[in-house]
Design a protein around this ligand. Structure first.
Ligand code: HEC
Ligand code: HEC
Length: 428
């Protein structure tokens, strides 16, 4: 009798354990509550924690609405290109959160990298995957002359401003009179200090003073474009609404905002998966450079990333310390104390994780079609092709946990905090 009972109890215990294990593995899981440390992290990630736009003393018109209107037109103007068909908006499309849906940007030719979103870039001390520019205005100048992007030249651009009455009007309101570029012997139709031999030769024939006045006008175009780009900012997402509810102690409201899976993903994101080591702050980026072992496409050379970016930004004549900055103090701590160590080999700038729903494919050369594929990379942590993968240990998350993380990333999608009129081509 006794022995039968104990056998039954044994079977019961095994069954309960099996059921519990099954429930734990496959059943729905409700998230536990947040610790005080967690709450501090959640608050730091919330868009409510986004500071006001940092001033840009190197750009005197950064916060001018007239400059933003001028920049808005320039951003959408295909005349600013070698063949009259490429504008900034070709590769930075508002409906795709200012990216283009392609692995690599396509303008006059094929860009070397994936078109990054420009949302919220006013907050970043560095621009581009490798940070080779240090302000929005200095950045805006380089696609204009990149043979794969707009493929134009600065002489062509400043001449266009002089020839278009509306543009000349904007320019002179903001920057004073445009120099007279009409003397073709001094100012050829096409000239720029770029790789193209003919453009370069024409540029070298100009006097230093004439080159300088063209450079000033060219830099001013970048400054107007930057004034426009400063308006392109992320808006509050479901994640932010959730944090607001949690912080005000409103647990029931909070749980109606994010699903269980999304909350579980958030727990992993700030916990076990260590994502906030790099994707932190209200834009989910530390704006630093890291090597995360992203593999290149077969046949593509591994990207050297920041190690080249440092050299390029230091040599850029339009950088913060250069003569085209409007800041009389040349107060440039980022550039002055820039990091240069070999850990920067193949390091790229941590992207924001807000609005990823609109910006596939992902990674610096568009190597990943889906978020699941990016997460798989972190889960495996492969050896870097060059340099050293900072994600040293594979995360080893289960398929279910990866799904949760992906679900959480989806909760960061939201309409931009930018008025609609700026998101479409300007009406003249
Ligand atoms: C042919 C496509 C193309 C065109 C045209 C183009 N871009 Fe880009 N843009 C890219 C690519 C590709 C990158 C990333 C390149 C890199 O990091 O090396 C990029 C990066 C940027 C970034 C940096 C974003 C960040 O977070 O680092 C900004 C800002 C930007 N572009 C603004 C502009 C502006 C302004 C124009 C027009 C003057 C423009 N782009 C024209 C493809 C393009
Ligand atoms: C060591 C710093 C670091 C850590 C830790 C890290 N990331 Fe990243 N993340 C980056 C960098 C740098 C890139 C850009 C990689 C590239 O393409 O060159 C990136 C890219 C991404 C992208 C692609 C975004 C895009 O626009 O292309 C996603 C998604 C992402 N990370 C999510 C995560 C998640 C989720 C975690 C946690 C599992 C995580 N990251 C952990 C630094 C990091």
């Amino acid at each position: 009798m006794t022995s039968i009972t104990s056998r039954n109890t044994g079977a019961l215990v095994v069954m309960v354990v099996l059921l519990a294990a099954g429930w734990w593995l496959y059943g729905p899981r409700s998230p536990s509550t947040w610790t005080a440390t967690d709450l501090a992290i959640l608050q730091s990630l919330s868009i409510d924690n986004l500071p006001p736009l940092p001033p840009d003393p190197s750009n005197a018109v950064a916060d001018s609405e007239t400059a933003a209107r001028f920049g808005h037109r320039l951003f959408f103007d295909t005349r600013l290109s070698a063949n009259g068909s490429v504008s900034c908006a070709t590769c930075h499309q508002a409906e795709r959160r200012f990216s283009d849906g392609l692995p690599k940007g396509r303008g006059i030719g094929l860009s070397g990298r994936n078109s990054r979103s420009i949302v919220g870039t006013a907050y970043s001390p560095w621009l581009y995957w490798d940070g080779r520019r240090d302000s929005q205005w200095a950045q805006a100048l380089s696609p204009l002359e990149d043979p794969a992007e707009h493929g134009g030249n600065r002489m062509q651009f400043v001449r266009l401003i002089g020839d278009d009455p509306a543009y000349r009007h904007f320019y002179e309101l903001l920057f004073g009179s445009l120099p007279d570029f009409s003397d073709r012997r001094r100012f050829p139709d096409a000239a720029a200090p770029v790789a193209d031999p003919a453009l370069r030769a024409a540029w070298q024939e100009m006097t230093a003073a004439d080159q300088h006045s063209v450079n000033i006008a060219f830099a001013n175009l970048g400054k107007a474009i930057a004034a426009y780009e400063r308006l392109i900012l992320p808006g509050p997402s479901r994640f932010d609404a959730y944090v607001r509810a949690v912080l005000s102690g409103n647990q029931t409201t909070a749980e109606g905002i994010l699903s269980n899976e999304e909350i579980l993903g958030l727990q992993l994101f700030i916990g076990e998966a260590r994502c906030t080591e790099c994707h932190n702050g209200p834009l989910f980026t530390n704006n630093e450079f890291h090597n995360t072992g992203v593999l290149t496409f077969p046949g593509d050379l591994p990207d050297r990333g920041r190690i080249d970016g440092v050299r390029l930004v230091r040599n850029d004549p339009f950088n913060c310390l250069g003569e085209y900055s409007d800041d009389p103090d040349r107060n440039c701590p980022e550039l002055t104390y820039v990091r240069t160590g070999i850990e920067l080999i193949a390091a790229t700038r941590t992207p924001s994780l807000r609005n990823l729903g609109g910006t596939a494919p992902y990674s610096h050369k568009g190597q990943h079609d889906t978020l699941a594929s990016v997460l798989d990379l972190y889960n495996r942590a492969p050896l870097a092709m060059i340099g050293h993968n900072e994600v040293e240990k594979p995360l080893g998350l289960s398929r279910r946990e990866l799904k949760w993380l992906e679900a959480f990333l989806g909760s960061l999608d939201a309409p931009l905090a930018t008025e609609l009129e700026w998101l479409t081509a300007p009406v003249n």
